[in-house]
Design a protein around this ligand. Structure first.
Ligand SMILES: [Zn+2]
Length: 640
């Protein structure tokens, strides 16, 4: 059956109609949901849900396609203990034979409220000291109804003494709730509730950011150890800068207030999931403890923050469906994620979360890695977006001959290309910043809502900044086979991608801060290799591939010595300019054999090199737009 709520192409061209995605709350009383996280340390979340019903057949569903994950990743497998009751009687249920996310029930005469209990087994983003609630884990609501039209009123119970961070609006403002009590939040709709996660933990902090900017911004942190969630003054100064820089770049907001939600834990794991009024971020426990760790995470918060504009407010039409059951279509992910990848890194540099030099080092890595991905000879970037749900996750075996979610990094190079082109065509008077104000600021400041767009609107908005054949520009770079990475933006920006025999300063900092360093020999012999000699991937058609090495094998010895990354590095160096191959002993499953890599060009590490006498647009792009705030200690030092 055709879904009448699906956007038609005609409707999408009419922005005022698209704005109708403002919450429309049905006349029925809202669903009441209480999330009970008091058992979170035992990996169980509980929900008590009261649904307004009428007698007759009823189909309820749990979410399947979760916005931002770009794949059908709903919690159906983890839901357990489902019991329906009404007027003191248990109501039987039956799962749908085809859509396994759906429950069918028959509501007896005289029943107006159905109670549902369910538990969700949660094994990630939860520890003894903290928990993250993405509401889709506990949601159950009528199927075949647009989720923005289902009214719901959430409540939350957390372990005694744990603080709560969320963009939801508490019904009662005041001191933190007493131990064991329930916090009630204002009614919203199922679409917005799914978009409003919660973090809670024993070691909770809420830091206001850039207080002069309206609406308000906060970073809420939880961690396993008390010191980790108490962020350094320098990090808070950089996050103040981030809020100011985003304000200057985008010139609009689409939220009532914004909360960066951040877990710092080696147990809870990494995360970066965008929401309209918040973001769910997870880093290691020392993620922001020092500059080396911070460099690894430099673009995380700017990236997820940018999604509030690009991805949440403005969303590709195919990625915005009326419910969480209709498959999302990823064709324009090179805008949703690719442009966010570009802007997130630019904002990281502008706000001081990384330096301009570090930005260039990371960009060199990105470009070189994409350039050394032979799968680009058969698969265009557009296909990595369309097939995103197939490519997400997975392991590294022959990844370079398959491609991953390359639309992120291809998008970064593409939008740098567009930015420098606009700067060149306008004598550096205009830039992609001007485009963002148009494209991401339609309607001015708004509350949280979703306004879908098409490829044609993107092209029209680019033309409004600088007339050009943008449709062909985008088509050539995204939809065609391009065997080489797009380095035009870097070169027009005054820098050239080159290979040196020593890693960049940033690469050395990252390696020093990493537990499992391995050796970066991807651009030389073509191997991803761990500290213990395990081969993660082999570059298709590279020197190690020609030596018949394979992912999953393990190098035991190099040139007669037991394997170590230093021994392999020394072998690559000593083979340079000679004729003698690098001799290896390799373990494959339970067999051992020898291999010879015929490679003589030495170590190769990607860096950007300034091309003298050309405009340095790349440096203009990463310069702050606002006056940067220094951390108190640094400001004091500078004043002395
Ligand atoms: Zn993203």
């Amino acid at each position: 059956m055709l879904n009448p709520f699906r956007f038609s192409a005609a409707l999408l061209t009419l922005l005022p109609l698209a704005f109708a995605s403002t919450p429309i709350l049905a006349q029925k009383p809202p669903i009441q949901i209480t999330a009970d996280l008091t058992d979170a340390p035992r990996k169980l979340y509980h929900a008590e849900i009261d649904l307004p019903v009428t007698a007759g057949p009823l189909t309820l569903t749990t979410p399947q396609w979760i916005p931002g994950t770009h794949q059908p990743y709903g919690p159906a497998q983890a839901i357990t203990g489902v019991v329906f009751t009404a007027n003191g009687q248990t109501i039987p249920w039956r799962r749908d034979d085809v859509d396994l996310y759906q429950f069918h029930l028959t509501i007896p005469q005289g029943v107006t409220t159905l109670h549902a209990h369910l538990d969700c087994i949660v094994t990630s983003r939860v520890t003894q000291k903290l928990a993250v609630l993405e509401w889709e884990k506990l949601l159950l609501y009528p199927a075949h109804t647009p989720v923005r039209e289902i009214s719901i009123q959430p409540s939350l119970k957390v372990p005694a003494g744990w603080g709560i961070g969320t963009a939801l609006t508490p019904l009662v403002n005041g001191p933190a709730p007493a131990a064991g009590t329930i916090t009630r939040y204002a009614a919203t709709n199922v679409e917005q509730l799914q978009d409003s996660p919660v973090i809670t933990g024993q070691y909770f902090h809420e830091f206001p950011l850039a207080p002069e900017i309206a609406p308000r911004h906060f970073i809420d942190t939880v961690s396993d150890a008390p010191e980790d969630s108490n962020l350094r003054p320098s990090v808070l100064a950089e996050l103040n800068n981030l809020v100011r820089e985003a304000d200057a770049l985008y010139g609009s907001h689409h939220y009532d207030s914004y909360h960066f939600l951040l877990t710092l834990s080696d147990v809870a794991g990494g995360e970066g999931l965008e929401h309209g009024q918040s973001s769910d971020n997870g880093v290691g426990e020392k993620g922001y403890a020092d500059d080396a760790h911070q460099l690894r995470e430099a673009d995380l918060l700017p990236h997820e923050f940018t999604h509030s504009w690009n991805g949440k407010y403005r969303r590709p039409a195919g990625l915005y469906q009326p419910d969480f059951a209709t498959p999302q279509q990823g064709a324009l992910l090179w805008v949703y994620e690719g442009m966010t990848q570009y802007l997130g890194n630019v904002l990281a540099a502008r706000s001081g979360l990384e330096t301009q030099a570090q930005y260039r080092d990371m960009l060199a890595q990105t470009a070189a890695t994409l350039d050394a991905t032979p799968a680009r000879e058969w698969r265009p970037t557009s296909d990595t977006a369309v097939a995103a749900s197939l490519l997400r996750g997975g392991n590294s075996t022959w990844q370079n001959w398959k491609r991953g979610q390359d639309y992120y990094w291809e998008g970064e190079l593409l939008w740098l290309d567009a930015d420098t082109l606009i700067r060149k065509m306008t004598g550096n008077k205009k830039s992609l910043d001007d485009f963002e104000k148009i494209f991401l600021g339609k309607g001015g400041n708004t509350r949280a809502l979703i306004v879908p767009y098409t490829f044609d609107e993107l092209v029209a908005d680019l033309n409004a900044v600088a007339p050009y054949d943008w449709a062909a520009f985008l088509h050539d770079r995204v939809y065609k086979i391009n065997p080489r990475a797009d380095v035009d933006g870097m070169e027009r920006g005054g820098y050239k991608l080159v290979y040196k025999d020593k890693p960049s300063a940033s690469e050395r900092v990252l390696a020093a801060g990493s537990r499992s360093r391995g050796l970066n020999c991807w651009f030389s012999i073509g191997l991803r290799i761990g500290d213990d000699g395990s081969i993660g991937d082999v570059r298709w058609n590279g020197p190690a591939d020609k030596a018949r090495l394979a992912p999953g094998e393990k190098i035991i010895a190099v040139d007669g010595k037991i394997f170590s990354t230093e021994a392999l590095r020394a072998a690559i160096r000593s083979a340079k300019g000679g004729t003698e191959p690098i001799h290896l002993i390799v373990q494959a499953d339970s067999f051992v054999s020898t291999a010879e890599i015929d490679y003589h060009d030495g170590e190769r590490y990607a860096v950007l090199e300034r091309v003298d006498g050309t405009p340095a647009y790349l440096d203009d792009i990463t310069k702050p737009l606002t006056k940067p705030e220094k951390a108190p200690a640094e400001a004091k030092k500078a004043a002395e």
